[in-house]
Design a binder for this molecule. Structure first.
Ligand code: 5AD
Ligand code: SF4
Length: 474
């Protein structure tokens, strides 16, 4: 099975299974009849993990003979890879699915496929079943390899397909159709066992399972040989990588192993749960040649009481002492974080402790979220007395404080020389370029577009709220 999938990576043409073979013949017959390829329009919502899953779903579709289009109106198959982390994410998916009703009416052969986290929330699956009868196939993240089988079943039986089973093992060897550009995702594990009280992920993505280090290294080498300059290792909690594997390997060991591979590239990882981030991890970054001196380390709240209610299993003191250790060992290291505002029972005092913590850390970037109730999670049953308007006020306050912190961080870079991975033409077009620094900050500069996809050195001369600007040195 794995061998078959890897063969796909080589020529992009070998169908993934007997069912894939069948779908491919179905596509070939269509091509013979119409002279054109069936086209897929695919879109992933949500986090990087989901984006990485989306690349694998695209890889499977390509192997079955689908072409791709960026215009959903001309597609024969539309696939949404959905997110469920907050209610707003689900609303966006339902909005997009609702907009397909007329298209399906005028083209009954259109195949509408929904995959990903949202489909594994029973309430959402039920809603799709009952209120969106034109959706053809619905399945979750653990069943991506079954996409060919689902397509075949839908076409042959004419019944709608709903599949809710979780898989216990991580999926190995699926072909990826990467988005291109200089950056690649590399999932190293699936699922999550942490059960933070607000979070739906452990329910929709199932139990944690790590991929074998050999498989990861193989895919890593393939990515590098394709010319990618940055690889981000992905997992819901990469720091617990290795649990349950037969060989005793922990995340810092995996990092060391990959870092030893020669080449001009950056290595990143996300997401790190602070409870499992160790000094050993920091030591590996300190000694590494490829790891970026930047860690995304979501703290969620600056109040120990709220952290306890969230079931985060660390205190602000633990968190701050890890940051202090990292700063001592790795000069110039930066941190980004996620914060939830308005967790059930959070008081003004708790919130002020969060403001205090973000000031103390001085994050380069902060991703801020208003708490969203997710049924089935523990926090969904907690009393939640603070009115929404008050939470929104706190949220705006947090944004304003971080904007100042971020600006100060950016200002502190003025005069320094930063290594930058140039990834696109700048917003103003022409000879402008944009890229990312090690801290993952946007860097704007001027230069020729043939630098896109390469590393450059930029002397930082100015800053904005959301970016720094500078002159290209080489
Ligand atoms: N409400 C708001 N934000 C949430 N996150 C996860 N679950 C929720 C929720 N129910 C945020 C956390 C997490 C990020 C990916 O999304 O901050 O780190
Ligand atoms: Fe990613 Fe969580 Fe959204 Fe799933 S629910 S796509 S794991 S953010």
């Amino acid at each position: 099975m794995i061998g078959k999938y890897n063969a796909l990576l080589a020529d992009g043409k070998t169908p993934p299974s007997d069912d894939g073979e069948w779908v491919r013949r179905w596509n070939e017959a269509y091509f013979e009849r119409t002279g054109r390829q069936r086209l897929a329009y695919t879109h992933s919502f949500g986090c990087q993990q989901n984006a990485a899953d989306g690349e694998k779903l695209d890889g499977i579709l390509a192997s079955m003979g689908f072409g791709f289009t960026g215009r959903s109106e001309e597609a024969d198959l539309i696939l949404f890879n959905t997110c469920a982390v907050r209610e707003s994410a689900e609303d966006r998916v339902f909005g997009n699915v609702g907009a397909l009703k007329n298209q399906k009416r005028s083209n009954p052969n259109l195949m509408i496929v929904l995959c990903g986290c949202m489909t594994q929330r029973p309430e959402a699956a039920e809603k799709l079943r009952n209120s969106y009868p034109y959706v053809d196939i619905v399945f979750g993240t653990g069943a991506m390899d079954r996409l060919p089988a689902f397509l075949r079943e839908r076409i042959e039986s004419e019944r709608r397909v709903f599949w809710s089973e979780q898989s216990l093992k991580p999926l190995e060897g699926l072909p990826a159709r990467r988005a291109g550009g200089p950056k690649a995702w590399l999932p190293i594990m699936k699922g999550c066992d942490n059960f933070c009280s607000y979070c739906i992920v452990p329910y929709v993505r199932g139990r944690e399972a790590s991929r074998a280090p050999d498989e990861i290294e193989k895919e890593f080498r393939e990515i590098l040989s394709e010319g990618y300059r940055e690889v981000t290792l992905l997992g819901q909690n990469v720091n617990s990588y290795g649990k349950g594997l037969s060989e005793p390997v922990r995340f810092p060991d995996l990092l060391k192993r990959l870092d030893r591979i020669d080449g001009d590239y950056w290595l990143r990882f996300m997401t790190s749960h602070p409870k499992d981030a160790t000094k050993g991890l920091i030591d590996v970054i300190a000694k590494s040649g490829h790891l970026c001196r930047h860690i995304h380390l979501p703290v969620q709240s600056g109040s120990d009481r709220v952290l306890r209610e969230m079931n985060r299993r660390y205190t602000t003191a633990d968190y701050l002492s890890l940051i202090a250790y990292a700063r001592e060992r790795i000069p110039g290291i930066s941190f980004s974080s996620d914060i939830i505002v308005g967790f059930p029972g959070e008081t003004r005092e708790d919130f002020e402790q969060t403001l205090d913590l973000i000031r103390r850390v001085g994050y380069s970037q902060l991703y801020t979220f208003l708490y969203s109730r997710r049924s089935g999670t523990r926090a969904a049953d907690f009393p939640d007395p603070v009115p929404a308007a008050e939470k929104s006020k706190w949220f705006r306050e947090l944004l304003a404080v971080q904007q100042e912190i971020g600006s100060r961080f950016n200002e502190s870079l003025v005069g320094s020389v930063q290594k930058v991975l140039i990834d696109s033409v700048g917003k103003e077009g022409g000879e402008t370029l944009a890229g990312r620094s090690e801290a993952n900050l946007i860097v704007e500069t001027k230069g020729s577009s043939n630098l896109i996809g390469r590393f450059a050195e930029v002397k930082i001369t100015g800053f904005k709220n959301w970016a720094v600007t500078g002159e290209l040195l080489k």
